[in-house]
Write a new protein. Structure first.
Length: 309
């Protein structure tokens, strides 16, 4: 089958479309024909080799962790059913013609949403739900700050914050302020602004990373901060320490969404609370372009890979 892969660590140019065997389908698993997959930030670090020890030195390596497509066969779903989901933590290969996953990694995709466009949402959507609903326990009427509001997780978080009834302040690049405002943000601010002048917030969601102290200081009494990105080992150490010492601790988590989270995301999309935000759709053969564009930054939304459909 066709798949995106790389034969060595390096820049985006190491990525290419190649051929690998179709996945084996263990008993109780579902075979999915992939229509679309997305590019996520952590994959850039892995492909570059900066996190190489986590992957080992055996090549070729596959990419892609979340997907949308149609069921070929497997328990719990009719053939042809449109589904979306993600591979279990530590496994890659969603940017390929087929994936085989356990039903707990899947849910029915939203009715009426094109499956290629749908692929923009599974990873970032479930991350935003976990961060705001489960970790921060965001409530109606609270003040929410989303840092990195034009990115994949941030663009969903702005929408989700409004669905929870929060007052949403969005930090984004100047070129993306209007686009973030269209997602429902109550206030939009250039990310270059001095954090000290932003005011106080009940919840801060940092999807960008760097300067965690400056944003933690913005928390009102009883405030909660969730960080999902880190720019240095020092930032990570600070966040780890804050989870143990002092008030207004910073929460973080490692995502590994299951069926219930994907189903919750489906419900949010079907009721109109969340929609995919896509910077560009790339054919599988141009996977390197998608990685290059995400590394360059400054975009609005997700880079999606069209595999088939």
């Amino acid at each position: 089958m066709r798949a995106a892969l790389y034969d060595r660590f390096g820049p985006p140019e190491v990525l290419h479309e190649g051929t690998v065997p179709e996945p084996a389908v263990p008993p109780g698993h579902v075979l999915v024909r992939v229509h679309g997959a997305s590019v996520n930030g952590g994959e850039l670090l892995l492909r570059s080799g900066r996190l190489g020890p986590l992957l080992g030195r055996r090549f070729p390596k596959l990419v892609g962790v979340d997907f949308a497509g149609e069921v070929v066969r497997g328990p719990g779903y009719e053939p042809g059913a449109l589904v979306w989901g993600g591979l279990p933590r530590g496994r890659f290969g969603a940017a390929a013609e087929y994936v085989a996953v356990h039903p707990r990694q899947l849910a029915l995709a939203p009715t009426g949403l094109d499956p290629v466009r749908a692929a923009a949402l599974p990873a970032v959507g479930t991350t935003a739900i976990t961060a705001l609903r489960d970790q921060a326990r965001l409530r109606a009427g609270e003040r929410l700050l989303v840092r990195g509001a034009s990115g994949g997780v941030g663009s969903v978080a702005v929408q989700l914050g409004k669905a929870h009834g929060a007052h949403v302040t969005a930090l984004a690049s100047a070129r993306n302020l209007d686009a973030v405002r269209e997602l429902g943000a109550d206030e939009v601010v250039d990310y270059a602004a001095d954090p000290a002048g932003l005011g106080r917030f009940d919840v801060v969601l940092d999807t960008y990373g760097g300067s965690p102290r400056a944003y933690r200081r913005l928390l009102a009494p009883g405030g909660r901060m969730v960080g999902i990105a880190f720019r240095s080992a020092g930032d990570l150490a600070y966040v780890l320490a804050s989870a143990v010492f002092g008030s207004r601790r910073v929460r973080f988590f490692s995502g590994n969404p299951r069926h219930e989270l994907f189903a919750d995301l489906t419900a949010l999309v079907e009721r109109g609370a969340v929609r995919p935000v896509i910077e560009a759709v790339h054919p599988l053969s141009r996977i390197a372009d998608a990685h290059r564009a995400l590394e360059a930054g400054g975009g609005h939304g997700k880079h999606v890979i069209r595999v088939s459909g």
